[in-house]
Ligand binder design. Sequence first.
Ligand SMILES: Cc1cc2nc3c(=O)[nH]c(=O)nc-3n(C[C@H](O)[C@H](O)[C@H](O)COP(=O)(O)O)c2cc1C
Length: 211
Amino acid sequence: MLEPGLTMMIVMEAPLQEVWDRMMRDLERGARDRNDALHTFAFSSLSLQGSPATRTVVLRAFEKQRRCIRFHSDLRSTKIQELKRDPRVSALFYHPTEKTQIRAEGMVVLHEDNAVADQLWEHLWVLGRRCYMAPRAPGSLAKAPSPNLPTEWMDRKPTLEASESGRANFCVIEVILSYMEWLELGFEGHTRAGYRWSEDGNQWKGCWLEP
Ligand SMILES: Cc1cc2nc3c(=O)[nH]c(=O)nc-3n(C[C@H](O)[C@H](O)[C@H](O)COP(=O)(O)O)c2cc1C
């Protein structure tokens, strides 16, 4: 978060635009390339007790025009109850070789029983679908270490027909971003910039920040 006194953003000048463009490209690559460091990120919500709750998720899409990052989840997982109670979230990406960090904040839109979730479910391959066939809710108590997979499909791919049982547990989480921050570490000094979505101007406004 920016300090309250720093929330007034300057108009996007060319170097700020360059950093922005790089951040957009990096996130697009992260979503596309499963070997990229930005393909996973730390996603934080507020727990039902009001404390921070963070977990790793896979970046399935980054749509810069819609200001949106997307991932998939199990509807029965704890985070869903948290997000239904409070949709404010943050996301944290780190690229260790490029030494760049991206922090993002936004509001969640949850897709359960709708066309968006249907369409993305259709594109999931059967082994991806198998996670959603888990017989018990993620996070529920287990008597012993448990893979929580259907016994029948534990060691093989489910058939397409059998995989359909996972649809009821599948959901899509989109985060509509309102703040993004870039930090790049460098020997000659770090670079840090923050960008906030302005509802007034329907545009991102950026400013430099002290690293
Ligand atoms: C590399 C990696 C990728 C993961 N990707 C996802 C994901 O895309 N969606 C998801 O719901 N959980 C994913 N998980 C599991 C979560 O980190 C977390 O354990 C799970 O979602 C339960 O979180 P919750 O109890 O806070 O709901 C991933 C875990 C790892 C280690």
